[in-house]
Design a protein around this ligand. Structure first.
Ligand SMILES: [Zn+2]
Length: 220
């Protein structure tokens, strides 16, 4: 999905300065590196098309049966110590540095979140921990570099679901919302079926969720 979005953006950029892909999907971020010795800050503006959120390994956290999406986001945007040494120009010596990623305006209309369920180590195991995510009003305001309370709410519009125990096997399905009718549908290979309204919330909150797609509330 990421490769497709980037390819479309590059193609459209030839004729447009600001592409539809940019407005829809580009998440503007700021990376701030702070020298632990002289406290000098170095900020770099970056962009991404999705947020890959790591999940704690169950073998290290066996008691953790349920995670909150908001906690995974807070962890992702938390300040952390950079791996390896950092060169401090002021004191001309090697030291350590802290790094923090924040979101920047303008926020995209759509935010794609990947729950990193695959470990990509020798075991190639999948992390099955249930992640509870809001169907409505995900507030990403606190992850902004400059605090803002406007336009920071998102509603869920699609869920990519993976069932199976590893990335090399299993099956993908998708739940997607028709915003005009406010109805959810399940896409399963060539089958399409509406999600019953009375069991909708339960069915949409699945432990097999792999990718979550959120849309800004102002246009839903
Ligand atoms: Zn320094």
């Amino acid at each position: 999905m990421n490769a497709l979005i980037n390819a479309l953006h590059n193609e459209l950029q030839i004729s447009e300065s600001s592409t539809i892909i940019e407005k829809l999907f580009h998440i503007q971020t700021q990376s701030r590196v702070t020298c632990c010795l002289c406290k000098t800050e170095d900020t770099t503006d970056e962009r991404t098309t999705f947020l890959p959120l790591p999940l704690p390994l169950p073998k290290l956290h066996p008691q953790q049966k349920c995670l909150l999406l908001e906690d995974l986001l807070s962890f992702f945007f938390e300040e952390d110590t950079l791996d390896g040494d950092y060169y401090c120009q002021k004191f001309d010596t090697m030291t350590q540095a802290k790094q923090k990623t924040s979101l920047r305006h303008p926020l995209p209309r759509v935010i794609i979140i990947q729950l990193k369920r695959f470990t990509f180590d020798d075991s190639n195991n999948k992390i099955h921990t249930f992640v509870r995510y809001p169907l409505q009003n995900l507030n990403i305001g606190k992850y902004l570099a400059q605090t803002s309370t406007n336009d920071t709410f998102y509603n869920l519009i699609a869920i990519s679901v993976h069932t199976g125990s590893s990335q090399s096997g299993g099956h993908y399905t998708t739940y997607a919302k028709n915003n005009d009718q406010s109805e959810w549908y399940l896409f399963n290979d060539s089958f399409l079926e509406p999600v019953e309204k009375k069991i909708q919330d339960k069915q949409l909150l699945t432990k097999h969720a792999y990718v979550l797609v959120y849309q800004k509330t102002e246009i839903s």
